[in-house]
Design a binder for this molecule. Sequence first.
Ligand SMILES: NC(=O)c1ccc[n+]([C@@H]2O[C@H](COP(=O)([O-])OP(=O)(O)OC[C@H]3O[C@@H](n4cnc5c(N)ncnc54)[C@H](O)[C@@H]3O)[C@@H](O)[C@H]2O)c1
Length: 346
Amino acid sequence: MGKVRVGVAGYGTIGQRLADGVALQEDMELVGVADMAPTLAIRALYEKGMPYDLYLVDGADKGEFDKLGIPVAGTFQDLLGKVDIMLDSAPAGIGAKNKVLYEKAGIKAIFQGGEKNSVADVFFHGYANYEKGVGKDFLKLTSCNTTGLIRAVDCLDRAYGVDKVAITIIRRVADPGDYHRGLTNALQIDKAPSHQAVDLMTIMPHVEATGILVHTPVTHGHIITVVATGKQKITKEMALEAFQKHPRIRVVRIDDGFKGNASLFKYARDLGHTRGDMYEIGLWEDSIVESGNDIMFAINIPQESVTIPETMDGIRAAMGMQATSAEGTAKTNEYLKIGLFKGLGL
Ligand SMILES: NC(=O)c1ccc[n+]([C@@H]2O[C@H](COP(=O)([O-])OP(=O)(O)OC[C@H]3O[C@@H](n4cnc5c(N)ncnc54)[C@H](O)[C@@H]3O)[C@@H](O)[C@H]2O)c1
């Protein structure tokens, strides 16, 4: 098989990172990105010398791009004619409209968490149900919280079996720079059960899940606490052993200075990661605690970058590049250099 040709629709918070992620996969080619307006992300792309070709979706005003000197490679239709698969990271709801265009062009697509589940054939997670996505035309990725949550729960489930989880999500209310969400100083509770718990059950139907979500006025990362009931008693040592082995889980300690979400964001910047991204979820070793037969722990979700690896897994599944989760996730991890810091898989 030649390189799989990939396009990105919507070069925003997620789209920029998806484009960078695809560009790093040696068995894929990023053909281009599509957007609507000369946003700051597009201006930054221009200032960086247009590493990715830009295509304009219907309704975009090309004159605005011309005025700024931003080169345009063609229309959305042109892009669709050159790719095998589109990664749709347009604002929630637009993906469902774009799907009609993907169907007409005879190409596959992967949608992000803001779309309804009905947009896709399979609600997808690279570790928990990769095989269900193999060869399918339309996948929908789990949202950022659900992606990280399932990583951790699936990790324990594979090692020891899990019957039940109860979660609390402390959810960052906006991404950095989201002025349209206002300048807030309040917490807000969602109706239970949170969609992430329901989503987990859709992908892992053998696990009973429920939870509560609290919106918090911060931008750098969600924190989720999980209480899990194993098929057998999972001790702190057993949980830690499984988490340490998982390439996409970074086990950290409060005593080392990882005090919270901001420490992980700052650490990613200190590592020199683009935009302060981190592909792994953080998991606090000092948060793992036994409660009777249950095990409880806290994870950090870097919401802007956490879904990128699982989306790369989605391309691998949909295009039939690798047949199993183990092979597909290993390839993604290799190209994104995930797990390198713990000497895993590379
Ligand atoms: N931001 C996060 O933390 C996060 C995490 C996981 C999943 N998601 C999901 O990813 C998707 C994208 O979210 P985002 O935060 O990146 O949004 P965003 O607003 O940052 O970016 C959306 C981009 O799409 C462009 N756009 C607008 N109309 C378009 C159209 N018709 N066709 C193509 N592009 C268009 C916008 O100009 C913008 O650049 C949503 O489904 C969201 O729920 C977001």
